[in-house]
Design a protein around this ligand. Sequence first.
Ligand code: ADP
Length: 419
Amino acid sequence: MTSHPSPSTARPGDPCPAPAARVLVLNSGSSSVKYQLLDMRESRRLAVGLVERIGEQTSRLRHTPSATGVTRERSGPIADHDAALKAVADELARDALGLDSPELAAIGHRVVHGGMHFTEPTVIDDTVLDEIERLIPVAPLHNPANLTGIRTARALRPDLPQVAVFDTAFHTTMPESAARYAIDVATADAHRIRRYGFHGTSHAYVSRATAKLLGRAPEDVNLIVLHLGNGASASAVRAGKCVDTSMGLTPLEGLVMGTRSGDLDPAVIFHLMRVGGMSTDEIDTLLNKRSGLIGLCGDNDMREIRRRIGEGDQQAQLAFDIYIHRLKKYIGAYYAVLGRVDAVAFTAGVGENAASVREAAVAGLEGLGLAVDAALNAAPGDGPRLISPAHARVAVAVVPTDEELEIATQTYALVGKNR
Ligand code: ADP
């Protein structure tokens, strides 16, 4: 690995080197690593990629450098995250974008759960790692994988600043009235039970992008942001700060999702235990993996559900209706929480692409000043755009999310501050 040029090696008369401006964003899951390399000086993506099925014989790496746009694919066993990251480093090096480049300013890591402790992106040191580890009981699926990614990246470039950007951070501004469950306070506090919210990086990015689309400062607008992907969450954002969000202690609460139930009477769980004879793990799997759209109709892809509805499939129609009913309830609830709403923003896979979902979600809400213009809603587009009729009281917008860019922006801002 080549060493960084240091000030002590510079000779008088050498041109002043431009500060490093590349940020590698890593999103490490239990068996996958998604990554993007961005140039923050030029706001440009240099490469994107994904390593899947880590630890299996059929691992796969897909890497696309922006310079050519041509995806390279590598198959064969990748034993662990260490091997995965080394494979990523090799691919980047082939495009002269290696991790040993002095151009690399930092690595930004997506970390799902930051609890109440982390309200901001944070430069990672051993204490930070310990705290992320302490949060594993409230994020058993995500934080261990995020930690593995961080440890591997630190081993690879120990000299480089590594920054944790937390999915929960944007929601730490929620007032206690929204963040607390109405259960015994001592029990809740002993087990750190409260509503944390997730998808915060997306809600933060989309809030700012929506304000920009409206031509106003984030501090001047109240927004309802609907992040509808396979996981889905809504948030109420007042003057740039989150005041309520639909996910809670874990990403299970709230909207109907691809495979998660969202809200339900907690007594359903006791009933399944006592009457259904199910174990805790079985119920966990049922509610996280076999519920939501897939539980209701066997499909979690909205495209497939719409196709089936087009063929008159009643089960798919019912799943869609339940999905929309819940969404509408949250729009109404957050309207009431905010008092005044300037815009409703749809984002993520479903929100950005499914015009039928956007139309159905606001149908009948004209009394709240909400409507979509059929032609604008149906028109294809890939940037932020308004889909409400001209002069509508509340703007309705499609605002594509970009979580990686947001992580890179927050990472670069933090290391820039510390430079
Ligand atoms: P996640 O990041 O949560 O995995 P995404 O935000 O990528 O999810 O959203 C994935 C979902 O988006 C798919 O499961 C599918 O339901 C939906 N989706 C993607 N493209 C379309 C489309 N053209 N029309 C309708 N739904 C779509």
